[in-house]
Design a protein around this ligand. Structure first.
Ligand SMILES: [Zn+2]
Length: 128
């Protein structure tokens, strides 16, 4: 998978900004968060800025980017709600298909785990 290629296509298509924490290692300080808040996690600010966290795996990174984009495509709901998160992950998989990306079973399991995090209702987990 050509990660950079996908990112630039997505940026153009959705008109979004991407803050790449891997390239801005002090970002967490700028926003008063912890470094670990960005490990394997991404966020969306408003409807047009995606903060991409730090991943050791490009597939998870792309899946997360598509998940955050999914949030921009789903009307209503708020971050952390199970239904809303589940729909945004479904959108992520649909977007991947549109870009001819087939996630490995490992990545699909990881996505399931992300959804299950909300299902468990872990209040201390603020992932969005
Ligand atoms: Zn989310």
């Amino acid at each position: 998978m050509n990660y950079d290629g996908v990112v630039s296509k997505v940026k153009q298509r959705f008109g979004i900004e991407i803050i790449d924490v891997e390239q801005r290692p002090d970002y967490y300080k700028e926003v008063g968060m912890e470094e670990r808040d960005f490990i394997d996690r991404s966020y969306i600010i408003g409807k047009d800025t995606v903060v991409l966290g730090v991943y050791d795996n490009d597939e998870r990174r792309i899946a997360s980017l598509f998940h955050e984009l999914g949030h921009t495509l789903v009307v209503g709901g708020c971050g952390g709600q199970l239904d809303y998160e589940e729909v945004a992950w479904k959108k992520a998989v649909e977007l991947a298909i549109e870009y001819n990306i087939v996630f490995s079973s490992d990545t699909m399991l990881w996505i399931d785990n992300q959804v299950n995090t909300y299902r468990r209702g872990n209040k201390s987990d603020t992932r969005s």
